[in-house]
Design a protein around this ligand. Structure first.
Ligand SMILES: Nc1ncnc2c1ncn2[C@@H]1O[C@H](COP(=O)(O)OP(=O)(O)OP(=O)(O)O)[C@@H](O)[C@H]1O
Length: 690
């Protein structure tokens, strides 16, 4: 700003001048030429003394302003420029010139040049410094006073604000510069005394008035800027308050929304629970119920068949009785025909043929009816399976300590129980942050367990979590989150799969058409390929129908990494040691897992075997080895160790390609069995073979 002002200093001297300025100039001219104007007052006596104080300063104008009493505005500065001021300025400059000529011209020039380019603050300080230097030898009190007035703090007189300080500083620099420049030009272009004074005076007046105008404009700008800034500050404050209010409102809205969503979900879940129980109650008449059988002190649960089965069995009995009666009739007819033949009275052949045809036709229709009833009974059995599963779920839900719609981790609103596994309960839940359904798997440690067993379970569960959380694939159930609930329970949050699991599907339909079974296997294999293409390969080790879930759209996803093994980089083609032998579901594990003579070596080929069993079960509605056997019997009878060759039922008919794939997967010898990546290249799985 100071540079700017200096630039304008010499060029802009006429605009916005003081109204009394022409008048003053006229007076000054009159005085300089000796014609004292009638209205002009003689200079006061003390002025020369004052001038002697200020004249040596290169910033006389600064003194005028800076020493103005605190609180004086621009108007006060103007007021101080009375009629005497012109005279005072002339004298001051004259004195100054004399002083400069007496002393070193170069000093002044240097000073002027330096001052011109100083910042306002520096200029103000410079002005004060020069003043102080010049005043050396003068009255100490005066010197102090001068400095006090010039000081930006304005402590001497009342409280001058910082703004005032700035004003003084802004004013100081250009004026100092102006004076200095004037001094320099004075020395360079020396002119006859009267002419010089006259010219100087008018130039200075013009400069002063121009400067004043500039100052006034600047102050006005400053004032406006201050006003603007305070308005902006107020506006900012207002906006900040508004933002805060909005945030608060948003927070409240969120809380309210969350509450409303939770309430709605809870009421829907309650209704679902109610409906589920009513349906079970209703169906139990038709499908059966669990009764209690007491034998001495032992109480055992027994299954009591429902009315539907009783009716179907009654129908079958009825049909059987009718069939037997007809058979009896037919027999007696035949007997009579034979005795007639032996008597030689076999004359009415036609009469005997017709009743026999009637009996035969009736028997055929009874057979059809029987088939219908048998199909009904099969349906009943599947329905009963679902019903028992649902009854068990309801019972588990009623017995669960998490059945009271808790919100876990301030985020997951537990709804209804989906099912209970060996050591865990899985709840359908709603994620109140990401707004989606999830499955919360609650892993509980049994208080009765030994410390060792608890530790082992925790290790196992943590391993599962660590393996699972990094898996991101369309055919692998996502693990979103995990956290501790209390000392004995923790939760893993899984992608919610709204469809049934494959176990439930197979229980409901027994066998699947090859087309459907094929696409499910393809998806499982894709998930396995992902596990085997990672830098850390993973063996799932527990592939079974219960661990294949379906989402809304029927996409199959592999879950449950509780028994999974991470394959070490150092593991060769022989595979890695199986350290947790005995775990897993035996129908789905290959022969090498039952090796007792040495520690089994396993690889991804374990999962390939399981894929073969799964595919077989989907196609034929039963497992290839030990289908009707219990886990314990499979172990006892070495069922899988003896599973050297797979046999296919004649029905349903399936393609040779499907059979070939199953045979390859169920290759007894581990070394000859393909691994996951090799199996995945089978043309049947990549749909390159129809
Ligand atoms: N992500 C999920 N989405 C929907 N349902 C699920 C999910 N995970 C598990 N379930 C259901 O919850 C029930 C219990 O599952 P869980 O995995 O605990 O038991 P499991 O596999 O039957 O037993 P275990 O793990 O002891 O072998 C099953 O019926 C399963 O279908």
């Amino acid at each position: 700003m100071s540079e700017d002002m200096v630039m304008h200093f010499s060029s802009n001297s006429s605009n916005q001048s003081d109204h009394s300025l022409p008048d003053k100039i006229a007076k000054l001219e009159a005085r300089l030429t000796g014609k004292t104007s009638a209205s002009a007052k003689p200079p006061p006596q003390q002025q020369p003394q004052q001038l002697s104080v200020w004249s040596s300063s290169s910033s006389a104008a600064v003194k005028v302003v800076a020493s103005a009493p605190a609180g004086l505005s621009e108007t006060s500065i103007s007021d101080s420029d009375d009629e005497n001021t012109g005279d005072f300025l002339i004298r001051a400059n004259t004195k100054k010139r004399q002083k400069v000529q007496e002393t070193n011209n170069f000093n002044v020039v240097d000073h002027a040049e330096n001052t011109v380019y100083l910042k306002p603050q520096e200029a103000a300080y410079d002005g004060r410094k020069n003043e102080a230097e010049t005043k050396t030898g003068l009255d100490v009190n005066k010197k102090k006073q001068g400095r006090g007035r010039g000081s930006s703090t304005g402590r001497g007189r009342g409280s001058k604000t910082n703004n005032d300080v700035t004003k003084s500083q802004v004013l100081a620099a250009p004026v100092s510069a102006a004076n200095c420049q004037l001094d320099v030009s004075d020395q360079k272009d020396f002119k006859p005394d009267g002419q010089l004074r006259n010219g100087e005076c008018s130039i200075q007046d013009e400069q002063v008035s121009s400067l004043r105008a500039k100052i006034a404009a600047l102050e006005e700008e400053l004032c406006k800027a201050r006003q603007d800034s305070s308005e902006y500050r107020n506006l900012c404050q207002k906006l900040e308050n508004e933002v805060k209010d909005l945030k608060d409102q948003e927070q409240q809205r969120k809380q309210k929304t969350t509450r409303v969503i939770s309430d709605l979900l809870i009421s829907v879940s309650k209704t679902e629970r109610q409906e589920a129980r009513t349906k079970v109650k209703h169906d139990s008449l038709r499908l059966g119920s669990v009764g209690v059988l007491r034998t001495g002190t032992i109480i055992a649960e027994t299954w009591e068949d429902g009315q539907m089965l009783k009716d179907l069995n009654a129908q079958l009995r009825q049909l059987l009785e009718t069939k037997e009666a007809i058979e009896r009739q037919r027999k007696s007819l035949k007997k009579r025909q034979n005795s007639d033949k032996s008597d030689g009275t076999d004359t009415e052949q036609e009469e005997d043929i017709i009743p026999d045809e009637i009996y035969k036709s009736r028997l055929a229709s009874i057979k059809r009816e029987e088939e219908v009833v048998l199909r009904e009974r099969e349906r009943y059995e599947l329905e009963r399976g679902r019903f028992i599963r649902e009854m068990k779920r309801i019972r588990d839900e009623d017995g669960s300590r998490f059945n009271n719609f808790r919100v876990l981790n301030c985020r997951y609103a537990l709804l209804n129980l989906l099912g209970k596994g060996g050591f865990s309960e899985v709840y359908k839940a709603y994620d109140l942050v990401d707004h989606r359904y999830v499955a919360c798997k609650l892993h509980g440690l049994n208080a009765q367990w030994s410390e060792e067993k608890k530790q082992s379970y925790i290790r196992h569960a943590l391993r599962e979590k660590n393996i699972h959380r990094n898996l991101v694939h369309n055919h692998i159930v996502r693990l979103w989150d995990s956290f501790e609930i209390d000392l004995n329970t923790f939760c893993t949050v899984l992608e919610y799969c709204s469809g049934k699991d494959l176990d439930a599907v197979l229980k409901a339909t027994n066998a699947l058409p090859e087309k459907e079974a094929r696409i499910i296997i393809v998806q499982i294999v894709q998930g396995l390929v992902y596990l085997n293409k990672r830098s850390q390969k993973i063996i799932h080790y527990d592939l079974k129908p219960g661990n294949v879930l379906f989402d809304d759209f029927g996409v199959a996803k592999v879950t449950d990494f509780g028994l999974s093994k991470i394959v070490d980089d150092t593991v060769d083609s022989q595979g890695m040691e199986l350290t947790s032998q005995g775990a897993g579901t035996y129908w789905y594990l290959p022969p090498e897992c039952f090796e007792l003579s040495r520690t089994p070596m396993i690889s991804s080929k374990v999962d390939v075997w399981s894929v073969g069993v799964l595919f077989y079960q989907m196609l034929f509605g039963k497992r290839p080895f030990g289908h009707d056997q219990t886990q314990e019997r499979i172990l006892r009878e070495d069922t899988i160790i003896k599973a050297k060759k797979v046999e296919f039922p004649t029905k349903p008919a399936i393609s040779n390609e499907a059979k070939d794939l199953i045979r390859r997967c169920l290759t007894y010898n581990q070394a000859d069995r393909p691994d996951v990546l090799t199996m995945a290249q089978d043309p049947y799985l990549s749909y390159t073979k129809k």
